[in-house]
Structures are given as C-alpha cells and as structure tokens.
Write a protein that binds this ligand. Structure first.
Ligand code: IZC
Ligand code: ZN
Length: 408
C-alpha cells in the first residue's frame, strides 16, 4: 500500500537518527511545495514539485507538515484523578507538602492498586486518543503508582496491551522508585531491597520495560538511593533515566551524567555542575514546561543546556498531580515563550530529541526515508504559527505509520 501526502506548503523536519545538540538543535530542513511518499507504513521518498502516483493521496492543501510529535515523558497509567488537591494548593500547600501528608502520588497509588488492568488500559486509551488527535504519534509511559511488585507489573502490562491495540507507539519505563509506599514508611531499606531484588528482576525477565527511572527528590529518593536503583536496573539491562532537580537540587543531574543516563527529566533547578556532567555523560535533558506552569515554579535553564551541548527534548509530563495536561502544542508554545528557544529548536525538542530520549530515533522523530510514516498536517502555514497560537489544537490530520486519523 502506497500513500502520498501532496501539496505540502512547508515540510519542516530535523534530520538524523540520533539527538541534535548545540547549534544543530536549531538547524532543521524546510522544503516548500513538497510531497512525502509512504509505503507499508514507512517513508519511502521525500521530494518537491510534481508528485508520483500512489494508492491513496492526501492533499495537504499548502499546509505545514512536521514529523509526528514524540511525548517522551508521561505517567500515562493511573487510577483516579486528584482534583481534590486543587483546593489544598489554593490554600497554600506545596506539591511536597501534599505528598508528605500521604496524598499526592500516594493517593494515586491507592486508586491504581484498586483498578484492574483492563480499567487502567481503558482509561489510558482515552488519553491516547486525545494525544493522537493533538499530534502525538509516539509516547513514553511510566509505571510508578503500584509501589508493590504486582501492581507495578499490572501497570506495565496495561502499557503493553495498549501498545498492541492502539495506533500510538508506546515505550515503557519502570518507575517503582517513585515514592516510598506507606507500608514501608519506617523501612526504606526494605523498599529498596524489594525494588532491587524482586521488582527489577521481574520486570526485566518479563521484558516489560526498556528504561528504569527514579524520582530523585526531597521526600522521595536521595541521590545515593537513586544510584543503587539505577545501577541495579542497568545490571538487568534497563537503561537509566532520572527525575532530577525538579524542586530541590539534591544531585540528580550530576548522577545522570556520571552513570550515563539516556535522559534526565525536569531540571528546573539544575546547577551548572549538573549541566556539565550531563554534557560529558551524553545525557539528554527532557524538559517539562507545563509542569513549571502548573506548579507555579521556575523554568529550566534550557538555553544554557543548548549552549553546553546537552540535547534538549521537551514533553508533557502528563500525570494526575503536577501536570494533568497532554497537549504537546502547549509544550511547544511554552518552549518558545518561557525557555526562549526558537521554533526550530522547539521542533527538534518535541520530535527527534524526544525520540532519542526514549530510544526511538532510528524509527521516528523526523520525516526521512526508512523511518515510520509518522506525520502531522497542521492548520498552519508555517512553524512559527503553531508555537505562536496558545492552548488550542491545530493538528488537522495525524498520520501514524502511513494511516491518516482526523479530518482530511
Ligand atoms: O503523580 O505527582 N513529579 N512524579 C514526580 C509526579 C510528578 C507524578 C505525580
Ligand atoms: Zn514525571
């Protein structure tokens, strides 16, 4: 089956099969009057001018086309929501105050333990439908609301089920070290043993995750505890990722660089030494600007990271607490307005660099022969427009592995 997208007003894409950093982050290819030919779900040819024939033709009518967006950081699978925290926040409680009182992540843990795999997958499937309609064609999904072996595995199996039955491509991450569960409150060492001796070996043996992540934060896990979990994951073939420097700079970004994590996430209060360590260790920064907005926090030093040669990716952080948002278009706008990145740097961050942060840069994140036919036709004539408009949905047709979804 051959599908062609014709009459593309502007085709904007980064190029490559790995992350782009420094000046290269902002260098993208833009073609006018272009077409993209896809065969069996993959890009076969990209050209300009007169287009070849195909079985199915999608006329882009002079609109902008980009690669499908890659949401490289989500807590997709959870029971319940946390709207009851809104009033607490308005009365002055911080994210860590709510967690310390046994709420926050721990209230989502109760709801997730109580839900069946089917209920979790059905709920997340609705989120995936919305994400696809907003232009996201690949996303990472974390466990981390079980905090016991059975529920963590249930979350990861829900991710595997969705990957098989939904057009979205999902990449699973084990986040058993998200918080210390209530039953281990007085026995942190016991919880670390459970993670390292039971959970990680089970996840790895069943092939249920590609990455191992830790919430390295005050009230969650110290840098030393994080190192133990990530080293154990590594020994079992799980690639390290880390939530670092979101609220307090307790050494997460330095650890990320030292152990060669594929990415470090948040980095709102990342110190200069953390940026240096990440550049040396080849660690990508996965920045989450909607979380800064939602927490009323500062914005990560994105420009310093680009200058230091750290590849910058950007994602939603979709979760029921600090960021109940799954709109990558809002991420793009905040990337320009708050990080002061250019639309070109932002495009690379939400496509190729996001794909690299989840080990998918060989298959998606750019429009070039051999990669999946993952494209978005935008209700826009150029890249500036989608960064400049705020808070809506400008994705018109979203194409996943050559199959169009949405309006044509
Ligand atoms: O449920 O609060 N930051 N983990 C670390 C989260 C946010 C998710 C949550
Ligand atoms: Zn997160």
């Amino acid at each position: 089956m051959k599908t062609i997208v014709t009459h593309i007003g502007m085709l904007a894409t980064p190029l490559g099969r790995g992350p782009r950093k420094g000046q290269l982050q902002g260098q993208i290819q833009t073609l006018r009057d272009a077409w993209v030919l896809m065969e069996e779900g993959a890009v076969a040819q990209v050209g300009t001018g007169p287009a070849p024939g195909a079985d199915q033709t999608i006329d882009a009518r002079d609109r902008l086309v980009t690669p499908g967006l890659v949401d490289s950081h989500t807590h997709l699978i959870f029971g319940g929501w946390r709207q009851h925290e809104l009033g607490m926040k308005l009365r002055g409680a911080s994210y860590l105050d709510i967690l310390a009182q046994g709420g926050g992540i721990l209230s989502t843990v109760s709801a997730t333990r109580a839900a069946s795999q089917e209920e979790l997958a059905d709920k997340a499937g609705k989120a995936l439908d919305e994400m696809l309609s907003l232009g996201t064609t690949t996303c990472e999904a974390k466990s981390g609301y079980g905090l016991d072996v059975d529920t963590e595995l249930k979350q990861l199996r829900a991710i595997r089920e969705l990957d098989a039955r939904h057009p979205m491509d999902l990449v699973p991450t084990f986040l058993g070290a998200h918080a210390v569960p209530a039953e281990h409150r007085e026995d942190r060492a016991g919880y670390l043993r459970l993670l390292c001796e039971e959970a990680i070996p089970a996840v790895a043996a069943q092939g249920l995750a590609r990455f191992c992540d830790v919430f390295c934060e005050t009230g969650a896990f110290t840098a030393e505890e994080s190192r133990i979990v990530l080293e154990t994951g590594k020994a079992h073939g799980l690639i390290p990722k880390i939530h670092a420097d979101e609220i307090d700079p307790i050494g997460g970004s330095r650890l990320a660089g030292e152990i060669g994590a594929v990415s470090a996430e948040h980095l709102i209060v990342c110190p200069e030494e953390g940026i240096t360590a990440m550049a040396a260790g080849g660690t990508a920064a996965c920045l989450l600007p909607c979380t800064s907005f939602y927490l009323g926090a500062a914005y990560a030093p994105a420009r310093r990271m680009v200058e230091a040669g750290v590849p910058v990716a950007m994602a939603t952080d979709f979760n029921p607490g600090s960021c109940p948002c799954l709109n990558m278009q809002l991420v793009m706008s905040l990337g320009c307005l708050k990080y002061r990145l250019t639309p070109e740097e932002v495009l690379t961050a939400v496509t190729l660099n996001g794909a690299a942060a989840i080990g998918r840069a060989d298959r998606t994140g750019s429009v070039e022969p051999g990669k999946w036919g993952d494209l978005v036709i935008w209700e826009a004539e150029d890249l500036n427009y989608i960064c400049y408009r705020l808070g809506g949905n400008l994705a018109r047709t979203v194409i996943k592995k050559g199959v169009p979804y949405g309006k044509e």
